[in-house]
Design a protein around this ligand. Structure first.
Ligand code: PGA
Length: 259
């Protein structure tokens, strides 16, 4: 199989709409010479940025996603954002179940599953984020947790739709300012676990589902991660939020990635 490198960033609750436009415009300029058949580049800004974000850079250069979405088309859900609303912005990806949604906002696997199915129903790509907590790792139940998050999160997904599923493995203990990055060996092993669960669920075609690593990715650890066979890309936070830094990270790992 010919693999494409996936490189993306979630801007969390940091950049305003104007800041997002400036970031995307610069990232597009810096990376425009990179062959997009070898690189899938995506950015996930705040909901309020999505519409202007889509207008400032072409989809063929940078794909855009939303950080969260409600599963209902409409209804009495004050403060929520529906698939129809996101569709109008031109975003193509829905990030579902980021660790901060699960552990700060209290979302459950059942809710992530409703979001995955709603995203697919509306023609989006669903980027399901999974990962064990520090406590679960210490209890030696990481593999069971990952398996459960996949089996519940992707329950009811039909094989015809798996080309629109992406997975991000982001161990909770590795994310953010207080995180400790996972070693490349540990990440590779867990990516192997994830891929074998996906294969059991969807058969051989599951090999087309990209599994990205996220959690304190930085210029020091990115190369070691990307040379691993089961790591299809990197989902980066802090180290990608300045366009020149993200551009150099992409250029650092591209030659190391085995397609
Ligand atoms: P980080 O964020 O790279 O800043 O740890 C990763 C993430 O939350 O996806």
């Amino acid at each position: 199989m010919n693999r494409t490198l996936f490189m993306g960033t979630n801007l969390k609750m940091y950049k305003t709409s104007n800041e997002t436009v400036a970031f995307l415009t610069e990232l597009h300029e810096l990376t425009r010479d990179i062959d997009r058949t070898r690189l899938t580049l995506f950015v996930i800004p705040s909901h309020t940025s999505l519409e202007s974000a889509r207008k400032c850079v072409p989809q063929s250069s940078i794909r855009l996603g939303a950080q969260n979405m409600h599963w209902e088309d409409e209804g009495q859900f004050t403060g929520e954002i529906s698939p129809r609303m996101i569709k109008e912005t031109g975003a193509e990806i829905i990030e579902i179940g980021h660790s901060e949604r699960r552990h700060v906002m209290g979302e459950t696997d059942e809710q992530e599953n409703k979001k995955v199915l709603a995203a697919l129903r509306h023609g989006f790509t669903a980027l399901l984020c999974i990962g064990e907590t520090k406590e679960q790792k210490e209890l030696n139940i990481s593999d069971e947790v990952l398996s459960m998050q996949l089996k519940i999160g992707l329950n009811g997904v039909q094989r015809k739709d798996i080309h629109r599923i992406w997975i991000a493995y982001e161990p909770v203990w590795a994310i953010g300012v207080n995180g400790t990055p996972a070693s490349a060996e540990y990440a590779e092993e867990k990516h192997g676990v994830i891929k074998s669960v996906l294969k059991k669920m969807f058969g051989d075609e599951a090999a087309q589902i990209p599994v990205l690593y996220g959690g304190s990715v930085n210029p020091q650890n990115a190369s070691g991660l990307i040379i691993k066979r089961n790591i299809d890309g990197l989902f980066v936070g802090r180290s990608a939020w300045q366009a020149p830094a993200f551009n150099s990270l992409i250029r650092q790992v591209m030659p190391l990635f085995k397609s």
